[in-house]
Design a protein around this ligand. Structure first.
Ligand code: ACM
Ligand code: ZN
Length: 555
C-alpha cells in the first residue's frame, strides 16, 4: 500500500486524538538521590524531578503485546500507590503530547539495551526489544519510592530524578537455577523467583526438575514417573544420614502448569532452561521404571542426599527409547533453545558390572584411552544420543562440566561448576577447546552454601560458606585470553534445595546474594567496590524487599 501525505496526516490526527490531555508535572529545583542495581553502564543524575502520579505513558506500537502488558503493570502499580489514574496508550507515528513517559522503538539499540532521558519535557525510554523496555521500567521503579513494590496507597512522592541513562548487559546469559527435585516448590513460589529475577535484569531460569529424590514433570507417555517418582516416603533430618522423618514429601508440575510458568517467564523476558539430569541422578525414574536400571532394582525414591551408584543402564535399547520419548515431550513444553541434560556425578560402578552396558561398550568398540575409561566414553555416547534427539526438536544441549570428560561435540554448551578444580584444567580448557561456557563455580555461585563464616548462626545447610562479599569479588577475566573470554556467555547462581524445605528459606538463601549475581551478570567486571555496593543494598534494596514482602538475610 502506498502511504500518501493525506493518510499520514489522518494517522497523526488519530494518534493525537487517542491521547487524553494530561499535564507533565516537574519540579526543576529538587535534587533526588538514586541507586540502581545492577549499576547502569552510564548514569548521569541531574537536578530536577518528574512526577508520575496522574500521568500518561505512551508506548510505540512497534513493541510486542507482552511489552504493552508489562507497561500496563507498571502503570497499575503507580495508580495504586498514588491513588491516581496512570494511563497507558500506544502510538504509531509520533508520540502524544502530554505524555510523562514515552517509550519509543529504536532499532539502533542492541538487544536488551535501553536508554532513559528525564528532563522538563518528561521521560523518554528508547529500546529495540521487549527486555530493553522491561529493564528500563525496572530501573525507573528503583528510582521511585520503594512503596511502588507494595502496590498499596502511599503518601510518598512518586517522582523520578532528571537523568540520562545508557545501559546494556555484559552477558547474554544471566541465570538462576532452582532445584525443585530435592524439595518441591509450587508454581506460586517459582513465579516469585521469576518476578525478582526480572526486577534485577536476570533472564535465564534453569529449572532442575528431576533427581534421585523426586521427579517433578508430568509425562503422558510415562505416567509412573509422577505416580511413583514424584513422592518419597520420608527425608533425612538435618545432616544425619541415618535419620528419616517418615513424612512423605513430593509434588510435580502438570504440563499445563509448566506451560503457565513458561508464559509467565516469557512476559518477564526470562527463558527457561529445563533440566532432566541424566544418566546419573535418576533414582526417582528408576523407582518408577526399574527395568531402566542395570540391576532391575528394586529401587526407592531416595530419602537422603548425595551421589547414588544407581544410574540409568546405558546398554539397554529401552533406556534410549525412554530418553527420546521423555525428552521430546519436555522439549515440546519449553520453547527456549537450550536444554540441560545434567551429566554430573554419574558413578560407573554398575556399568562396570552390567552385561548390557559391557555389551554396548563392546559393540561401540570403546576402550580405556588417554586416561579416560571405556565407561566414561559410554556416557559420552549417551550425551551424543540425547544431543541428536534434542537437535531434532531444535534444541542445543548444555550440561554440567563432567560432560567434557572424554569426547564431546562442538556446539554443546558447558556449565562450569566444579569450582575446586584448577581453572587451567577446566574453564581454561573448555574455552580453549571452543565450547561456550556458563560460569557457575561452587566457590562463587553456589547459594545453597551458608552466608556466614559463623555457620552456627545460619539455618542448617550445606557445610560450606559463600558470603556475599566473596561472591561479589568474582572476577572473570583472570588468566583468560580475549578469545577464551568470548566463549563465556554468562553466569548463574545455583540454589540446590537439599536443606531448603520451605520457600521462606529459599528466599533467605537468594537475598541479598541475588544482587551480587545481578551486578556480576549485568555489569561484568566494571563494578564499584564491595562497601559501596553493600551500602546501596542495605539503604535501597532492603526497603524494596520489605515492601515487596520477600524474606532475606538482613545482616
Ligand atoms: C552439581 O552440583 N552436582 C552440578
Ligand atoms: Zn547397564
Amino acid at each position: 500500500m502506498k502511504i500518501t501525505k493525506a493518510m499520514t496526516a489522518a494517522a497523526l490526527t488519530l494518534c493525537l486524538c487517542a491521547c487524553s490531555s494530561r499535564e507533565i508535572h516537574v519540579s526543576p529545583d529538587i535534587q533526588l538521590e538514586a541507586s540502581v542495581i545492577p549499576y547502569p553502564q552510564q548514569f548521569d543524575l541531574h537536578k530536577g524531578a518528574l512526577y508520575l502520579d496522574n500521568s500518561l505513558i505512551v508506548l510505540s506500537k512497534d513493541f510486542e503485546d507482552r511489552t504493552l502488558a508489562v507497561t500496563r503493570d507498571f502503570a497499575n502499580q503507580l495508580s495504586e500507590c498514588t491513588s491516581s489514574q496512570v494511563e497507558v496508550k500506544t502510538f504509531c507515528c509520533i508520540p502524544c503530547k502530554g505524555a510523562s513517559l514515552t517509550i519509543a522503538y529504536d532499532d539502533e539499540l542492541p538487544d536488551e539495551a535501553y536508554e532513559i532521558k528525564v528532563d522538563e519535557s518528561g521521560a523518554t525510554v528508547k529500546s529495540s526489544s521487549h527486555n530493553g523496555v522491561l529493564y528500563a521500567l525496572a530501573t525507573l521503579r528503583q528510582m521511585l519510592p520503594p512503596a511502588i513494590y507494595s502496590s498499596e496507597a502511599s503518601d510518598a512522592e512518586f517522582a523520578i530524578p532528571f537523568c540520562e541513562i545508557q545501559d546494556s548487559p555484559a552477558y547474554s546469559y544471566r541465570g538462576v537455577m532452582l532445584d525443585c527435585a530435592r524439595h518441591f516448590f509450587p508454581v506460586e513460589n517459582v513465579k516469585r523467583l521469576l518476578d525478582a529475577m526480572a526486577a534485577y535484569k536476570l533472564n535465564r531460569f534453569h529449572w532442575h526438575l528431576t533427581d534421585d529424590q523426586g521427579w517433578r514433570i508430568e509425562s503422558k507417555k510415562y505416567p509412573k514417573l509422577t505416580e511413583v517418582g514424584s513422592m518419597r516416603s520420608g527425608t533425612m533430618v538435618g545432616r544425619d544420614w541415618n535419620s528419616d522423618d517418615h513424612i512423605p514429601h513430593g509434588g510435580y508440575y502438570t504440563q499445563e502448569q509448566l506451560r503457565e510458568v513458561v508464559d509467565y517467564a516469557w512476559k518477564l523476558g526470562i527463558t527457561i532452561v529445563p533440566e532432566i539430569d541424566l544418566p546419573g541422578h535418576m533414582v526417582a525414574a528408576l523407582a518408577s521404571y526399574p527395568e531402566l536400571g542395570c540391576t532391575g532394582g528394586p529401587y526407592e525414591v531416595l530419602k537422603v542426599w548425595g551421589i547414588s551408584d544407581q544410574v540409568l543402564c546405558a546398554g539397554k535399547d529401552e533406556t534410549y527409547r525412554f530418553l527420546d520419548e521423555v525428552l521430546c515431550e519436555v522439549a515440546d513444553i519449553f520453547p527456549g533453545e537450550l536444554f540441560h541434560i545434567g551429566g554430573d556425578e554419574c558413578p560407573k560402578v554398575e556399568w562396570e558390572k552390567c552385561p548390557h552396558c559391557q555389551a554396548k561398550i563392546a559393540e561401540l568398540g570403546l576402550v580405556d584411552k588417554d586416561g579416560v575409561s571405556a565407561e566414561q566414553y559410554l556416557q559420552n555416547y549417551v550425551t551424543h544420543h540425547v544431543q541428536k534427539t534434542l537437535a531434532s526438536k531444535g534444541k542445543r544441549i548444555i550440561g554440567w562440566d563432567e560432560i567434557t570428560e572424554g569426547e564431546l561435540d562442538k556446539g554443546v554448551a558447558v556449565m562450569f561448576w566444579r569450582g575446586w578444580l584448577p581453572v587451567e584444567k577446566t574453564l581454561g580448557k573448555y574455552t580453549a577447546d571452543g565450547y561456550d561456557v556458563i560460569m557457575t563455580p561452587t566457590s562463587y555461585f553456589y547459594i545453597d552454601y551458608l552466608q556466614s563464616e559463623d555457620m552456627d548462626s545460619e539455618p542448617v545447610g550445606f557445610q560450606s560458606v559463600l558470603t556475599i562479599d566473596k561472591m561479589y569479588s568474582f572476577d572473570l577475566t583472570k588468566g583468560l585470553s580475549p578469545e577464551q573470554l568470548s566463549h563465556i556467555k554468562g553466569v548463574q547462581a545455583n540454589l540446590w534445595a537439599e536443606y531448603v524445605s520451605t520457600w521462606e528459606h529459599a528466599e533467605y538463601m537468594l537475598f541479598p546474594r541475588l544482587f551480587a549475581l545481578s551486578c556480576i551478570a549485568w555489569d561484568g567486571d566494571e563494578r564499584p567496590d564491595f562497601e559501596s555496593f553493600m551500602g546501596e543494598v542495605k539503604s535501597h534494596q532492603f526497603p524494596v524487599l520489605d515492601n515487596w514482602g520477600y524474606n532475606y538475610r538482613n545482616r
